[in-house]
Ligand binder design. Structure first.
Ligand SMILES: *Cc1c(COP(=O)(O)O)cnc(C)c1O
Length: 428
């Protein structure tokens, strides 16, 4: 569910008309719903009631300071993947003691910064990294809290670029090698404290089965590590999928209620129902690392149609957002529902919606039946709250779009659109 819907013939975010935002702030424009962010966080938190747990929001999904501040205010922890993300969390008032630091390639500078800030755990992805962490912590006279990421070798059945839990992925340490690694670390690495175990099998999982499979497979391992090394937490990662295809309709509770159990996509409450019984008696603190499930359907990218170009083979709708603003279609074959800001009639046309960038991969859809819209009209790309703005670039020397956070009837610019001077700042 989310806060985007047509009201009086015009697409709104909560109580704010998106056309008026586009007119006032220009396009392309990212718009987020504070109510939706709160709702998703709270639903997941409540779904895990009965387990000692913490929701550590995956900052990389949407790292705007105002988004982080909102989540910090709800008590969230944060899963970070760089020193830069830790800096953002601290700027936003988040607590470093609730931060876990993931990623296969942390630098000395990043490790030192995170050690000095007192983060909760380094989630380590190789023995080499664990030894390096021990060395850096020793040099500073500190002890580094650490968890190793186990690769449970389960198939997340998601896009190959966002599947991370198979042996052939670069992530984590093979399941069979974990016990040996913890034993060596306990014996040989005095500046590391083994605090937990971590896993994350992939992103945009729309079935509960791979989560269950991974939890059941790793449970004996985590209990053994608790027994032998006194670990206190198990992070079961993120990866909960969202609805992309029927994104607009899925904003309303009716859409979910009308579906049978079999047809209904994975919900946060199903996730909790399946996992809580399997996790509640382990005597471990359970960390969750959701990114997309919190932010994905809490944002849209507003763009404007510039031209309609009719070729012999196709009709192209050229819009003012490009792959530099939203790269998911080009990078992951990501699907974003495309809807006119003014509520359309029933006419459907088969079109490619493309951006202005000089790349053939610069499209938002190809040969898709869409409600018709004309040059000058506003159009929303749905489900752009996660892995949207954070992956935007200045390719083709295009300024980064502005970001707006809507809360009820209030719209706040939470990041200004870049200016032409911003684009060359720092260059000789
Ligand atoms: C990206 C990532 C996440 C968040 O994934 P979502 O699919 O957005 O929930 C969580 N943990 C780790 C280690 C990640 O790399």
């Amino acid at each position: 569910m989310h806060g985007f819907a047509y009201k009086n013939g015009s697409l709104h975010c909560e109580d704010v008309d998106l056309q008026s935002l586009a007119d006032e702030h220009g396009t392309p424009l990212y718009v987020y719903s504070a109510g939706t962010l709160r709702d998703h966080y709270t639903r997941l938190d409540q779904a895990m009631a009965g387990v000692d747990h913490e929701v550590a929001y995956a900052v990389k999904a949407n790292s705007n300071l105002s988004v982080l501040r909102l989540l910090a205010g709800l008590g969230a922890g944060f899963d970070i993947v760089s020193g830069g993300e830790l800096f953002r969390v601290i700027k936003a008032g988040g607590d470093p003691a609730k931060c876990t630091f993931a990623g296969v390639g942390k630098t000395r500078g990043e490790i030192e910064y995170a050690l000095r800030q007192g983060i909760y755990s380094f989630n380590v992805e190789s023995e080499e990294e664990l030894r390096f962490l021990n060395q850096v912590a020793g040099d500073l006279g500190l002890t580094a809290p650490a968890a190793v990421r186990v690769n449970p070798n389960v198939d997340a059945k998601t896009h190959k670029y966002i599947s991370t839990g198979k042996s052939e992925n670069k992530f984590g340490v093979d399941f069979e090698l974990i016990e040996g690694l913890y034993a060596r670390a306990a014996a040989e690495l005095p500046h590391v404290k083994l605090r937990g175990l971590q896993m994350h099998i992939g992103s945009q999982l729309t079935s509960i089965q791979p989560f269950i499979e991974a939890v059941e497979k790793v449970t004996p391992l985590v209990l053994s590590l608790k027994e032998k090394h006194g670990i206190e937490f198990w992070s079961i990662g993120g990866g909960i999928g969202i609805v992309y295809h029927d994104s607009l309709a899925a904003g309303s509770v009716d859409w979910w209620d009308e579906k049978s159990e079999q047809e209904r996509p994975l919900t946060l409450s199903q996730y909790g129902q399946a996992l809580v019984p399997r996790l509640k008696d382990l005597g471990l603190k359970i960390l969750l690392e959701p990114g997309r499930a919190i932010a994905g359907n809490a944002g849209v990218l507003l763009t404007r149609c510039l031209f309609e170009k009719k070729g012999t083979a196709k009709t192209f709708k050229i819009v003012d957002a490009g792959m530099n603003d939203l790269i998911r279609p080009a990078l992951y074959e990501g699907h974003h529902e495309i809807v006119p800001v003014t509520e359309p009639g029933d006419t459907r046309v088969s079109v490619d919606v493309v951006g202005p960038i000089c790349e053939s991969g610069d499209f938002f859809c190809q040969n898709r039946e869409l409600p018709d819209f004309q040059p000058g009209e506003g159009v929303a790309l749905m489900s752009c709250g996660a892995y949207g703005f954070v992956m935007a670039s200045n390719y083709n020397t295009r300024p980064l779009p502005a970001e707006i956070l809507v809360d009820g009837a209030t719209a706040t610019v939470v990041r200004q659109r870049q200016t032409l001077d911003d684009l060359v700042a720092g260059e000789l």
